[in-house]
Design a binder for this molecule. Structure first.
Ligand code: NAD
Length: 315
């Protein structure tokens, strides 16, 4: 495995999230070529043109907008943000069914065009869609996984950093489980610099930790209420995961892979701190969990397994 030079990344979906992802990739010089692919040709061409017009202020990376899947051929990384957004009156399960149907045709086409690509699923519900896509394509779970709780973890580190008056990058704490309501903070292994969070002064009491976890869990609802979508931070999160792959960083990030027996969980995708490099993502099998965290992780796995079973029955 090696660092990928002159990398080509396809971002699938040119909506709020896909465009923000392409923007983050260009300003961070994450890849040499960014291909933005969407079935909405007018939209994708307009977004790509707008991004390309920043050329004078960017590195050597290029951006192309297309609705022709052949233009994605040979991508090293594919970040999937395409899907239907929730319509008024539509249930969450109905939205999942719609996106699962989109994925059933779209993922095999993308993988056929770029058989060596690492695929990062951002579209929600990202854990369930990852499970179904791995089942359907038979692809190695290390090579098709979700951004999962990487965004939630950044939200958590930001909230702790604000309170502790330190840089968010000096906070080491993770959200695990579902990218959704059954997620859990791994407080037992959280540190601020080298100091376990339980020993930080002035102390965080249990109510404060619960408030922080609640704020992280419900952040998306609050942002969507105000501006209709979340996009900038997820654009950075998806870009960060793609960079770990392209640069073969072996960075530890809480992405969501289909577990294969680790933590007593089999066939369910959920977030666990994982090693991410050019071969994809491999969950760390021995993260220390407090008893309560283990119970919450198992409950999260049950919730995801039930949702996946309900969707499988409709496909
Ligand atoms: P959006 O509606 O703005 O954009 C979705 C785009 O997908 C549209 O441009 C649409 O044309 C395109 N699309 C639909 N079907 C397609 C297909 N078959 N092939 C190619 N393109 C197709 O939505 P958004 O706000 O960008 O959100 C995208 C997804 O990202 C949603 O599922 C959202 O829930 C998810 N999201 C995930 C996270 C996370 O942390 N995992 C965070 C924020 C948003």
């Amino acid at each position: 495995m090696a660092v990928i030079e002159n990398a080509k990344v396809t971002v699938v979906g040119a909506g709020a999230v896909g465009s923000a992802t392409a923007y983050a990739m260009l300003i961070r010089s994450s890849a040499r070529q960014v291909v933005l692919y969407d079935i909405d040709r007018a939209r994708v061409e307009a977004e790509a043109l707008d991004l390309a017009h920043g050329a004078m202020f960017l590195g050597a990376g290029t951006v192309t907008g297309t609705s022709d899947i052949d233009r994605t051929v040979g991508s090293h990384v594919i970040v999937v943000t395409a899907g239907a957004a929730q319509r008024p009156g539509q249930t969450r399960l109905e939205l999942i069914e719609t996106n699962a149907r989109i994925f059933r045709t779209m993922i095999p086409q993308l993988v056929a065009a770029s058989p060596r690509a690492i695929v990062i699923v951002v579209t929600n519900p990202c854990d369930v869609l990852t499970m179904l896509a791995v089942e359907q394509t038979g692809i190695d779970p290390a090579r098709l996984f979700a951004s999962g709780c990487v965004l939630d973890t950044s939200r958590l580190r930001w909230a702790i950093a604000q309170r502790a008056c330190v840089d968010a990058r000096s906070v080491h704490a993770n959200i695990a489980g579902e990218h959704g309501d059954s997620q859990l903070p791994l407080w037992s292994s959280a540190t601020i610099g080298p100091v376990p969070i339980a020993e930080w002064e002035p102390a965080f009491d249990d109510d404060e930790l619960d408030r922080i976890a609640h704020g992280v869990r419900t952040a998306a609802y609050a942002i969507i209420e105000g501006k209709g979508a979340t996009n900038y931070a997820i654009g950075l999160a998806g870009t960060r995961v793609a960079e770990a792959v392209l640069r073969d960083e072996r960075a530890i990030l809480p992405v969501s892979t289909v577990l294969q027996g680790d933590y007593g969980i089999d066939g369910v995708a959920l977030s666990i701190p994982s090693v991410v490099g050019s071969a994809g993502a491999v969950p760390i099998p021995h993260v220390r969990l407090a008893d309560r965290e283990r119970e919450q992780l198992e409950a999260s796995a049950r919730t995801l397994a039930e949702t996946a079973a309900a969707v499988r029955a409709t496909l």
